[in-house]
Design a protein around this ligand. Structure first.
Ligand SMILES: *Cc1c(COP(=O)(O)O)cnc(C)c1O
Length: 412
């Protein structure tokens, strides 16, 4: 997006502010669709947890995407868009049988990732088809916190336990209609990914009524200028060939699914924060913005890099800054980063702020969540108001506490 338009939005809606450019979302969606265009049945389900504002979900529905959810609340949010429940897939981890049953009742595709719940569900509801999440035990992903497919991971049913799944199916007469994996975020190595898909094909062959194979996600996007990212086009060429071969072998045109979050929305997001204070110490120049890890936690939680530009002074000479927040705890967005000269009240723009940014924000320090704006065909829409003190107090019960005698008396 144009720097000047972002600045105007910061003036119009105040800071801190999240801005989402839907042109970028649409072009990323089209990139994926094009990369896999040789597959007869392709379904792309957007991972709601990356950015879950209902207007974003609506936008995806209009693009023709399905939605990938991990909680019953995300299912409920998705349904507010009027999407067909059949276009929603529910892939929770470690939730109760009761929650899974409630979601199944809504007509949503269930994906189960452990043997004990699979068996319980199959005994009670053999008529409801279920997808199983397989853990192929492939080390993938940018770092250990976001790699979820390795041997020690809590996710999925181990590839070594497929015989157990088959036994459950025999005993309960339930129907497995999909095979799923999700090995982690930030996959760069296509060969690693393809190895995991081969494992999944082997699993799928062992079941008679497969309608779809879901290859999860984990596509990496560029964060730094000149950063490498997953070569989606190359992956498309290689995977669709294998997939089509598999369909022929299986004797049925099954559906190929992906459920990307980051790939679809990361680059569409901009986080705008205003500089409150520029503090020069003996070693460092700190730029304190009117935000912190309460609004954007990825740098502190994952050591994630977010490119930062000074949109108020783009032509300024580069200087070194540590960009920090206003939270009463260390909340460093960037250390000794080269940024165009910063003055107090300048607006800094954090890039790649679409995925796992607003959706992970909190009210820590009793600060308000930022407002969110969505830009569609050049026009801006406020899609979430900034909070007020009423929101912070909402659901807090002011109870009448019994009076305590205290030794300490306060003299008037
Ligand atoms: C988080 C998640 C995704 C999305 O991952 P990205 O790295 O954002 O693409 C997809 N599927 C499942 C099951 C997930 O938990």
């Amino acid at each position: 997006m144009e720097r000047t338009q972002l600045l105007e939005l910061a003036t119009k809606y105040g800071s801190p502010l999240y801005v989402y450019d839907t042109d970028i979302i649409a072009s990323q969606f089209n990139r994926l669709t094009t990369a896999f265009s040789g597959v007869k049945n392709l379904k792309l389900n957007y991972a709601v947890k990356a950015l879950s504002n209902v207007n974003i979900l609506q936008f995806f529905k209009n693009l023709g995407a399905g939605l990938d959810t991990v909680s019953i609340q995300e299912v409920q949010l998705s349904l507010t868009t009027g999407i067909d429940p059949k276009r929603i897939i529910y892939t929770p981890n470690g939730v109760s049988l009761q929650e899974i049953e409630e979601v199944a009742k809504l007509g949503v595709q269930i994906n189960i990732d452990n043997l004990s719940i699979l068996e319980l569900f199959g005994q009670k509801h053999p008529e409801i088809p279920v997808c199983v999440r397989i853990n192929p035990h492939i080390m993938a992903g940018g770092n250990s916190k976001i790699s979820v497919g390795h041997i020690d991971s809590k996710f999925g049913i181990s590839i070594h336990q497929v015989p157990h799944i088959k036994r459950v199916v025999e005993n309960t007469k339930m129907n497995i209609n999909g095979i799923h994996m999700h090995t982690g975020s930030d996959i760069l190595d296509i060969d690693t990914f393809l190895r995991a898909t081969d494992i999944l094909f082997d699993v799928a062959k062992q079941f008679d009524n497969i309608d779809f194979i879901d290859f999860g996600s984990g596509f990496k996007v560029p964060y730094k200028p000149n950063d490498i990212s997953t070569d989606i086009e190359q992956l498309g060429i290689q995977l669709k060939e294998r997939f089509n071969e598999f369909c022929t072998e299986y004797g049925k045109d099954i559906t190929l699914m992906f459920e990307p979050g980051k790939f679809l929305v990361s680059e569409a997001g901009y986080f705008l924060a205003k500089v409150n204070v520029v503090k020069q110490t003996t070693s460092t120049v700190f730029a304190h913005v009117d935000s912190g890890f309460n609004h954007l936690v990825r740098p502190m939680m994952y050591d994630a890099y977010h490119h930062i530009t000074n949109i108020s002074n783009p032509e300024g000479r580069d200087r070194y800054y540590s960009v920090v927040g206003y939270i009463c705890e260390t909340d460093t967005f960037a250390s000794n980063r080269r940024i165009a000269e910063i003055s107090e009240e300048d607006v800094l723009c954090f890039h790649n702020a679409g995925a796992y940014c607003f959706s992970m924000a909190s009210n820590y320090n009793s600060r308000y969540l930022p407002a969110e704006v969505m830009v569609v065909d050049g026009k801006d829409y406020l899609i979430r108001k900034r909070q007020t003190i009423q929101d912070i107090l909402h659901n807090q019960e002011m109870v009448k506490l019994p009076k305590k005698e205290t030794k300490q008396t306060v003299s008037a």
